[in-house]
Design a protein around this ligand. Structure first.
Ligand SMILES: [Cu+2]
Length: 148
């Protein structure tokens, strides 16, 4: 076997080792975090979940809790409880992103999109609109507070 062939083989094996290594890391991460990641949008609503209505509007997010209480640009949830956000819009298309909850869902006028998730850690997390929706789009953000 000449040097050129050896080098080529070595590089081919190195690439395979890197790919298999990163695939393994990914697989272990996904399996270990299965329940931290929100269910895909519009999955069946889990029977034990609390449904919160979310209305996007230029340029704020309004949350309506089951008892009728409303809050603007602030969402408070209990840890280790399942929630379903029922998201719509009253004007243009928005897109709610709560990165630490694995939630991203479009807010479409006249249509409800649902997403369910369970916060597993107490803390404060940000959320924001990630669909350009007008001049004050950048103001369309707030905080999710997870309490015990
Ligand atoms: Cu926006």
């Amino acid at each position: 076997m000449n040097d050129k062939l050896k080098k080529e083989l070595m590089w081919a094996i190195a690439v395979v080792v890197v790919l298999v290594g990163s695939a393994t890391v990914n697989y272990v991460y996904v399996v270990g975090h299965e329940y931290d990641i929100a269910r895909p949008a519009n999955s069946p609503i889990p029977p034990n979940s609390t449904v919160i209505q979310v209305i996007g509007a230029q340029w704020s997010w309004t949350f309506v809790y089951p008892n009728g209480t409303k809050s603007v640009d602030a969402l408070t949830l209990q840890v280790n409880h399942t929630y379903t956000l029922m998201v719509s819009s009253q004007d243009v298309i928005h897109d709610l992103l709560i990165p630490q909850m694995g939630v991203q869902v479009y807010a479409v006028p006249g249509h409800n999109n649902t997403v369910s998730f369970e916060p597993t850690k107490v803390g404060t997390y940000y959320f924001e609109c990630v669909e350009y929706c007008g001049e004050d789009h950048y103001l369309m953000r707030g905080f999710l507070t997870v309490v015990s």
